[in-house]
Design a protein. Structure first.
Length: 395
């Protein structure tokens, strides 16, 4: 504590003697001053980033001013936000001790965690809780970020069939593949099957170059990428050659029984009702299935109902089936991705209201026109009821 006070007094004296110094702002009404230990030039460079880009990212997110001189940091602005920013900086510096390379992606994840927890420091009570949120693969250790990702891992480990539904970039597929790799390494399953429906998203398969497998390969590329990250391309190729890992389009699953397997159906929003039923009835003994999809990005022909939307209603409340719904706030890609998703949701909601209002207006006009036509027809045909009513009105 005395060390922090000493640093603060030292910086205040420097501010008085050098009014033009960019390191300290004279207009600050609130602030926190602290230092990171042990002081290490390489770790500090990793923490701050090139041209202090990491510090600027944190400062811009919380609308604070963050300055540093070596291992000493000063944060100016709202005290509650400053405390959260301080906790994040200390946590990042601790990460550098393990050789972790600080990236904008990692900072974005921590900022999102802070937002999800209303600015309070996230604490883990036991090492057991930590283990539940970590997936170990041959090349990397993956940690679930946020409540929904942690809940997703929990439901996957507890249930035979699991559904992960939500916007793009929430980690649904990546975490599912990581769980599959971990299960394979622990000999909990004998093989991994990664399945996607080869549904055209604006382009025709017939016009793509190559044979059938080469035409379908682009649809499966995200799954290959995830496997390569976790196991290495050479190991993945060997396991594919031995059929320990199989990556295939959904159409190839018909008639098979998948036992002692970890099966992942990705992009399931592009399955039909019949395809979804076919896939779920392939599951054999000792197997686990994870179904992922985004019901807002359906590429099926107009008029064809998504199998994912249908199955969520059919299997609602069935024991042994888990469901995790991700929100826009769970997006772990570039911060702009979350803004794009939010903008689309807002636009589509407004567009739906406009269509409903237009339909209601058209229905009202149609009813009025129908009533006018009936009245005119009654007059022209000389309906007795109309004449009697007219006589009564005259009397």
């Amino acid at each position: 504590m005395s060390e922090e006070l000493a640093v603060l007094n030292e910086e205040q004296n420097e501010q008085q003697t050098n009014a033009d110094s960019p390191a300290i702002s004279k207009s600050a009404k609130h602030g926190l001053t602290f230092r990171v230990e042990p002081e290490d030039v390489k770790r500090l460079a990793n923490l701050c980033g090139q041209l202090d880009c990491h510090i600027k990212q944190i400062a811009e997110h919380f609308k604070l001013k963050v300055y540093n001189r070596g291992a000493r940091f000063q944060i100016e602005g709202n005290l509650d936000k400053a405390q959260v920013a301080k906790d994040i900086l200390l946590r990042l510096y601790k990460e550098t001790h393990n050789g972790t390379q600080i990236t904008p992606d990692l900072i974005h994840l921590l900022l999102r965690e802070a937002k999800a927890n209303n600015g309070n420091k996230r604490k883990r009570n036991t090492s057991k809780a930590n283990d539940a949120d970590i997936i170990t693969t041959p090349r990397m250790v993956i940690q679930a970020r946020g409540d929904h990702q942690q809940g997703y891992l929990k439901t996957i480990r507890e249930n035979v069939i699991n559904f992960g539904v939500g916007p793009a970039g929430t980690g649904k597929t990546y975490l599912a593949v990581a769980c599959a790799v971990e299960a394979l390494m622990k000999d909990e399953v004998s093989r991994i099957l990664l399945v996607r429906p080869a549904v055209e998203a604006g382009e025709k398969l017939g016009f793509l170059p190559g044979d059938l497998s080469q035409k379908i390969d682009p649809y499966l590329r995200p799954l290959y990428d995830a496997l390569n990250d976790m196991m290495g391309s050479e190991q993945v190729e060997k396991l594919i050659e031995r059929n320990v890992i199989e990556v295939a389009p959904l159409a190839y699953m018909r008639g098979r029984t998948l036992s002692h397997s970890y099966v992942i159906l990705d992009e399931s929003q592009n399955t039909t009702r019949e395809q979804m039923k076919m896939f779920l009835t392939r599951i054999g003994f000792g197997s686990k299935a994870v179904v992922t999809g985004d019901i807002t990005q359906v590429d099926l022909p107009r008029g064809v109902q998504s199998g994912l939307r249908h199955v969520l209603d059919v299997l609602d409340g069935v024991d042994g089936i888990g469901l995790t719904r991700f929100a826009n706030s769970d997006v772990v890609r570039h911060p702009l991705v979350q803004k794009v998703v939010d903008a689309y949701d807002k636009f589509e909601s407004a567009e739906k209201k406009r269509k409903e209002a237009k339909h209601a207006e058209q229905k009202r006009i149609a009813l009025e026109q129908s009533a006018q036509l009936q009245a005119t027809h009654a007059i022209l045909t000389g309906s007795p009821e109309t004449e009697n009513q007219s006589d009564q009105n005259t009397k």
